[in-house]
Ligand binder design. Structure first.
Ligand SMILES: Nc1ncnc2c1ncn2[C@@H]1O[C@H](COP(=O)(O)OP(=O)(O)OP(=O)(O)O)[C@@H](O)[C@H]1O
Length: 641
């Protein structure tokens, strides 16, 4: 069907906004496509433009109430820009009811019901979706909800006895002991969520949960456990921490529980892509409902990085009887792709909302009484969610700063930053040369090591260089401009060259750190992997890129890596799941909607020993802390809590 001629005014307004850089090209193209497969009214086309635009910013749907109430906040445009578009599509529906009536009457829109339909758009209550995201959200909500409602029979006496052994030697740091409660609660259902800030003991707890499962399972010998995380680095860290925790536990209680057997049986942790059987050239995974994963227990770390589509694929591939345990920090930045799944699933984590049955069960199975402050009736998923609240790594000023930022307390955050402690510094009125100086100091040690005696034929030496590089990292809020990743990487290269720390001979040179930007199954390098360029010990004229995979070093010929970028500076998004002794976070002069509290919190919590904040003007910090990243999604509603 041909589009109506009265959409031409809208296309002109859309094109003008696109030229002004306020709309991505895809959004106009998407709306035109929808207009080509059915009757194209200006209001419908406008909704499609917005839906696509918001998808690019991580939202899974367009909330009609937000569109009616405050379109400028929704789109991030000025009143003038919004009016230009709205006037071109006029008359627009005045309220949600009128929008719903208009959309549900369009032949391209399907009104939510069962899962089989052909329309590209779905209207579910007051939310307009792209078909794919509606399906994913429905699947995630359905599967998680069903798992949360499935209460498992637990021998509470036995569990309590084993928990007392597993937690005997630890010093209880908080009352109640949420770690112990988390283990008991996880056993009670087919899904559990353990959330908490850095160093609150999520991995420590899950190692004990595995030991507990092993101790109480009727057929421990046949228990199939899988460990996974969104990135290779996070997977390696998970495996390392669990191995460490289990071996410490085995030293303490090894005689009483079969922990060495458990540790020996646990395979490597894998990326979610590899666990699900990603294949080149297709989005479909080898594992799905028809060919489920061969697991009884699946532990997924860094779950805040798991986007909606991946979570849907994971749940689709998980066999019905299996237990899923999600670990992550709900306050961290959400995934780059659409969705904020962990945040949505953890909507009640802070308050608890435990019902009487859960309170009674937790007391019986763990011996810990959940305080009345956390009582409520928050729905079945809340009963399977535990938030760990005491950080063991983060007592000092870095932890205080993270807490203040997370709570939105600007004055307290500024006071910590100005407190004069060596662990937290603030370059408040920075110019680019301050950042370059910081980078030179931070990267000098690994470059000195690299140019000293030793060669990459010696794995121990290559590993030491890679570990030295991990001691410092510059994180940016944005990609472009003087204060963004691309501008800073170029400037840092020049600075290091002027300081004779690197010698560039074209794109590749000894010492160049790179980040992989696309999965490559041929060379087995994956999006987000970071490597360092060193001379090939076998052929001194060629260069190889060395990657640290857990304890192992592996290398790939530099010329075989096609999708990489220089990585002295990287985005906060890409740094998730990593930790650096000294982390420097650079905020731009103005970052728009990107610059938000979750981003600053995630940047700070990447630092284990020293954190430096770099701002061109101090007001930028308050601006960032004051802005929350909110992603539209229907998951909370669909979960019904
Ligand atoms: N109850 C406890 N008793 C003694 N030590 C603990 C306890 N809980 C955690 N720890 C220790 O605190 C440190 C941080 O714990 P862990 O690595 O499990 O935290 P995490 O929440 O997984 O952190 P991250 O989010 O950074 O991965 C570890 O060294 C761990 O051994």
């Amino acid at each position: 069907m041909k589009p109506d001629t009265d959409v031409n005014a809208l296309w002109a307004a859309v094109d003008a906004l696109t030229e002004a850089g306020e709309l991505r090209r895809l959004s106009g193209a998407f709306a035109r496509f929808i207009g080509s497969v059915g009757h194209a009214t200006p209001a419908l086309m406008l909704a499609c433009v917005l839906l696509s635009e918001l998808e690019g910013r991580g939202h899974s749907c367009l909330m009609l109430d937000e569109l009616v109430d405050d379109p400028c906040t929704l789109t991030g445009w000025s009143e003038e820009q919004w009016q230009a578009l709205a006037a071109a599509a006029a008359p627009l529906p005045k309220n949600v009811k009128a929008w719903s009536a208009l959309l549900s009457g369009a032949e391209q829109v399907w009104q939510a019901g069962d899962l089989s339909f052909d329309q590209p758009l779905v209207l579910d209550g007051a939310r307009l979706y792209l078909r794919r995201y509606w399906r994913d959200e429905t699947l995630v909500a359905g599967s998680i909800g069903a798992r949360a409602r499935e209460v498992r029979a637990v021998d509470t006496d036995k569990v309590r006895e084993k928990l007392d052994i597993l937690f005997a030697s630890h010093r209880k740091a908080e009352t109640p002991d949420w770690q112990k409660i988390a283990c008991a609660i996880a056993l009670h259902g087919s899904v559990a969520i353990i959330t908490g800030g850095p160093g609150t003991g999520k991995t420590y707890t899950v190692a004990r949960l595995l030991a507990l499962l092993f101790a109480v399972a009727p057929d421990a010998g046949g228990l199939r456990i899988a460990l996974a995380a969104p990135t290779g680095k996070a997977a390696a860290r998970l495996k390392q921490s669990i191995d460490k925790a289990l071996s410490e536990l085995a030293d303490k209680v090894g005689g009483e529980l079969p922990l060495r057997e458990l540790a020996a049986r646990m395979g490597a942790a894998r990326t979610l892509h590899s666990l699900l059987g990603a294949r080149p050239d297709t989005r479909a995974f080898a594992h799905h409902q028809g060919n489920p994963l061969d697991v009884d227990v699946l532990i997924v770390d860094e779950a805040s990085m798991v986007h909606l589509e991946m979570m849907a694929s994971l749940l689709d591939a998980l066999p019905a009887g299996a237990m899923l345990v999600l670990l992550g920090d709900k306050d961290q930045l959400a995934s780059v792709e659409a969705g904020a799944v962990l945040g949505d699933l953890c909507q009640n984590a802070q308050a608890g909302g435990y019902d009487a049955a859960t309170m009674a069960y937790a007391l019986e199975a763990s011996g810990e009484a959940i305080p009345a402050d956390f009582a409520g009736a928050a729905g079945s998923l809340a009963q399977q969610t535990v938030m760990l609240r005491h950080s063991r790594r983060f007592g000092g000023p870095i932890g205080q700063l993270a807490l203040a930022v997370n709570a939105g307390e600007v004055a307290r955050a500024e006071a910590v930053l100005r407190g004069g402690d060596d662990a937290v510094r603030w370059i408040e009125h920075a110019q680019q040369h301050h950042v370059l100086q910081l980078a030179e100091e931070g990267y000098r040690p690994y470059l000195a090591l690299l140019h000293g005696s030793g060669d990459a034929g010696d794995d121990g030496w290559a590993k030491a260089v890679l570990q030295s590089f991990e001691a410092f990292r510059l994180l940016c809020a944005v990609r472009d401009g003087e204060w963004g990743v691309t501008g800073l990487n170029a400037a840092i290269e020049q600075k290091l060259e002027a300081a004779r720390l690197i010698r560039r001979r074209g794109e590749w040179y000894v010492g160049r750190p790179v980040m992989v930007t696309r999965n490559d199954y041929g060379t087995r390098v994956f999006n987000g992997d970071i490597g360092l360029t060193m001379a090939d010990p076998a052929r001194p004229d060629s260069l190889r890129v060395y990657f640290l995979e857990g304890e192992e070093v592996r290398s790939v010929l530099a010329t075989r890596l096609r999708h990489v970028e220089t990585a002295y500076a990287m985005t906060v998004h890409k740094s998730q799941g990593s930790e650096f002794a000294h982390t420097a976070l650079v905020l731009p002069k103005s970052g728009g909607s990107m610059l938000a509290r979750e981003l600053v919190y995630t940047g700070i919590t990447r630092a284990s020993k020293v954190f430096t904040l770099v701002t061109p003007a101090s007001a930028v910090l308050a601006e960032a802390i004051g802005r929350r990243t909110r992603r539209a999604s229907g998951l909370r509603d669909m979960l019904g809590a």
